[in-house]
Ligand binder design. Structure first.
Ligand SMILES: NC(=O)CC[C@H](N)C(=O)O
Length: 222
């Protein structure tokens, strides 16, 4: 199973994401944003957290239009798996691969803390390692994590069981406590919390390991 982790100027979670994939048994390659193709044989693309292009314009907006952007969109449209974490989630909404947008936190402050979440669906390649309704803790660290979507879009997400994670004690004002959403084909996940920061005990938690294990296991079999 091969994972490709994209790096933009200002990414700061790309090495953590690399390590999380590697620990779950994946072969990992790094891809600089100026590349124009996803490496041959890639099973999953990881779009990491950070402050790509200094968060100028809107978080993720410039990264979504960088040379590798078109290749990521094409990879997803052909049925490839993509995970975008934090700034990566913002990038995926800017690319139009996921609905909705991430706006300034309701409290107008950067929030950085351990965050309790519930697993809203276990029917996806990313969440099948958790029981539906399970409570887990991932760290959060963002100022633009306030997920907004129109009423019709929200109804659709809920109706199609595409909310992946919800916040317990909503930290940023997100609609319906949404912390992560899936694409229509369930192969693209975007989430604000950081599972890659809790994959081994030395990081202070291991709740993120099941996500990478499930994904790597599934794609290795495919
Ligand atoms: N940790 C992150 O990826 C942060 C994303 C973005 N820079 C924000 O603050 O909202």
């Amino acid at each position: 199973m091969k994972a490709a982790v994209i790096t933009f100027p200002g990414s700061n979670c790309d090495r953590d994401l690399y390590d999380a994939f590697a620990k779950s048994g994946a072969e990992v390659v790094r891809v600089w944003h100026k590349e124009t193709a996803i490496p041959e044989g890639t099973d999953v693309v990881g779009v990491p957290g950070g402050f790509s292009f200094g968060d100028y314009l809107r978080c993720g907006a410039i990264a979504s239009r960088s040379p590798i952007g078109e290749a990521v969109v094409d990879f997803a449209r052909r049925g490839g798996h993509v995970i975008g974490i934090c700034n990566g989630f913002q990038v995926l909404t800017e690319m139009g691969l996921l609905p909705g947008a991430l706006m300034r936190n309701a409290g107008l402050k950067f929030v950085c803390r351990q965050q309790r979440l519930t697993v809203a669906t276990s029917t996806s390649p990313f969440t099948e390692g958790y029981a539906r309704g399970a409570e887990i803790t991932f760290p959060i660290a963002h100022h633009d994590g306030n997920y907004v979507i129109d009423a019709e879009g929200l109804k659709r997400l809920e109706g199609e069981d595409r909310v992946a994670f919800r916040y317990v004690d909503n930290p940023n004002g997100s609609a319906a406590d949404i912390a992560g959403v899936l694409s229509e084909n369930r192969r693209v996940l975007g989430l604000m919390p950081h599972p890659e920061r809790v994959v081994e005990p030395a990081q202070g938690g291991t709740d993120g390991a099941a996500l990478f294990r499930a994904l790597t296991g599934l794609l290795a079999k495919a």
